[in-house]
Design a protein around this ligand. Structure first.
Ligand SMILES: [Zn+2]
Length: 293
């Protein structure tokens, strides 16, 4: 059962699978930080808002991923609220069809269209230069997704989007989605310097000290970088890298995981190539990846 937890004078978050933030901006109006995965989930959150007599005036989506913006359309249809997101994220949320193609690299497979992968589009605007409700502050935390942001409330509670995930999520997933490893690591450094009363990951339990969460998320990236480098000590085809990686972390490959986790493995290969630790060669019409020792 989802509950609404108060963590500051005007700041709340929803428990449940996704930690949506709630900031009271007048006696009966709220700003949501992210919106849940789909309209069913959003309507469950809405039931709790209705009990409080609160209306949604604004949603800030930290990034365009469906689990964060899939519920936005429900709230916009019902409350005619504004939706803000950072830079390109506003365009992506407004016309969702292109988003699954970002992961797959082509028009996506219909069988993969679950609610983590595809969201209802809604009318979102770029947050740049917008006047925000008093007390709200935006923090740039790119890496997990392009131009991702965190949101700090007037009660000094920081909603992190997916800048970090909880320990239990890391333990289960091993490989979490990152768009750009270099940016992601820089955002972890930024996060470590930010003093807040509470930090709320979208996936994971809120913490009062961010350092340990940053440490384990950074450690996870370093372990995966080592894993990919070790696999490519001899020249490897991409599918062999996926195979070895899945064996290493004891995961079972499916078409869906090949698509999503395969994309994540590409992120690691890209980063290593860009920093000069990996090279590619075409032999017999196979593209081979090899670690530069
Ligand atoms: Zn997420």
């Amino acid at each position: 059962m989802i509950e609404l937890i108060k963590v500051g004078e005007r700041t709340y978050y929803f428990t449940g699978l996704f930690h949506v933030g709630v900031y009271l901006i007048s006696y009966d109006e709220v700003c949501l930080i992210d919106a849940g995965i789909d309209k069913e989930y959003a309507s469950e959150l809405d039931e709790l808002l209705i009990m409080k007599n609160w209306k949604v005036r604004l949603i800030i989506n930290t990034h365009y991923h469906a689990d964060h913006c899939g519920g936005s359309r429900y709230f916009q249809d019902k409350y005619n609220c504004k939706i803000y997101a950072s830079g390109i994220n506003a365009a992506l949320i407004s016309d969702y069809d292109i988003c699954p193609a970002i992961v797959w690299g082509a028009s996506p497979l219909n069988v993969l269209m679950n609610n983590y992968y595809y969201a209802d589009s809604c009318d979102a605007e770029d947050i740049t230069g917008k006047k925000l409700p008093e007390g709200l502050e935006i923090l740039k935390l790119p890496g997990h997704a392009i131009s991702m942001i965190g949101v700090k409330t007037g009660d000094n509670v920081l909603f992190l989007g997916d800048a970090v995930v909880g320990a239990e999520v890391l333990e289960k997933e091993k490989l979490t989605y990152i768009y750009d490893i270099g940016e992601y690591l820089k955002s972890l450094d930024t996060l470590e310097q930010i003093e807040s009363k509470m930090y709320v990951p979208y996936h994971g339990e809120p913490v009062t000290d961010i350092k340990e969460l940053v440490r384990i998320n950074r450690e996870n990236v370093i372990i995966n970088l080592k894993r990919v480098k070790a696999i490519c000590r001899t020249p490897r085809k991409f599918d062999e890298i996926v195979h070895e990686f899945f064996n290493d972390v004891d995961m079972e490959l499916t078409l869906y995981k090949y698509n999503v986790k395969g994309g994540m493995i590409k992120t690691y290969l890209t980063y290593l190539h860009n920093i000069g630790k990996m090279e590619t060669e075409c032999i017999d019409n196979y593209l081979l990846w090899q670690t530069i020792s």
